[in-house]
Design a protein around this ligand. Structure first.
Ligand code: COA
Length: 236
């Protein structure tokens, strides 16, 4: 389900799946949004965290506890450059309807009127979307990333901090752009591919490959993404 960006008018319960770095950052974004969200807690599969607090937020139980909190909206907030398929795996596991997922936008993000954000997507502080853009579901966009006109971002993509996308760039499902990566206008990054931090992408990156450098070149096949490619390869 896609919808135009709106600021929430009333408080809605929220649980964040994943009490790691990205989950904690999303908690800060939800808190900064003030009246919008009532953060109930984290859910995390690490049993050692259950019953504890992380950054003052209780860890209520494992991911499956979303089913015990039917009134709460949910965001899946797991990611790291080594395992960037985890949000997709969690969504498959939990099988929640689309309308259970929240879209969390930090209040300092600048989002164009005609930008569309999917369910479960998180935009952290000072993200800029300059004009019409389509950002899919369960996308993670870290601080100070800039998406310019007509960009398309597939479901489960991750954009680390400071990424810059030229106009018309297409990021396919599940790809990961490392911190500070620059992507030339009208190029494509393929499904579950990874672009290294600080790289400059001048040409299309095929699916399931790791590219890095300036200009970015093939480094190796993307480990861990095998089996996550959905055929045929739709964009976004
Ligand atoms: C691209 C990346 C995944 C490669 O990691 P890796 O597979 O462990 O590769 P290595 O670190 O062993 O490096 C392999 C080679 O690629 C080079 N390389 C690695 N990352 C690079 C990068 N970002 N740009 C240019 N070259 C890079 C290394 O210098 C090395 O070159 P060499 O063989 O000539 O010595 C990783 O470096 C990266 O950029 N990850 C993203 C990090 C990030 O953005 N984190 C944000 C966290 S919020």
């Amino acid at each position: 389900m896609r919808h135009p960006v709106t600021r929430r008018a009333r408080r809605q319960d929220l649980v964040i799946v994943g009490a790691g770095g990205f989950g904690r950052e999303t908690a800060e974004a939800a808190r900064a949004a003030g009246a919008g969200w009532r953060l109930r807690g984290f859910l995390d599969d690490n049993p050692a965290l259950h019953g504890t607090e992380v950054d003052g937020v209780p860890v209520l139980g494992p991911a499956e506890a979303v089913h015990d909190l039917p009134r709460a909206k949910v965001v899946l907030c797991t990611v790291n450059p080594r395992v960037y398929t985890s949000r997709s795996e969690l969504a498959d596991r939990l099988r929640l309807p689309d309308d259970r997922y929240a879209t969390v936008v930090h209040p300092t993000a600048q989002i164009a009127r005609h930008a569309e954000l999917g369910h479960g997507t998180v935009l952290l502080a000072q993200v800029v979307v300059t004009a019409r853009a389509e950002i899919g579901a369960h996308v993670a966009v870290m601080p100070q990333t800039v998406l310019t006109h007509d960009t398309e971002v597939g479901d489960f993509a991750t954009l680390a901090s400071g990424v810059r996308l030229g106009g018309g760039v297409r990021l396919a499902r599940g790809c990961y752009l490392g911190a500070g990566a620059l992507v030339r206008e009208y190029t494509t990054v393929g499904q579950w591919s990874l672009v290294g931090m600080g790289s400059v992408v001048l040409h299309d990156v095929p699916p399931q490959e790791v590219w890095a450098g300036t200009p970015a070149r093939f480094l190796r096949a993307a480990a861990g993404a095998v089996g996550r490619v959905h055929a045929p390869a739709p964009l976004p």
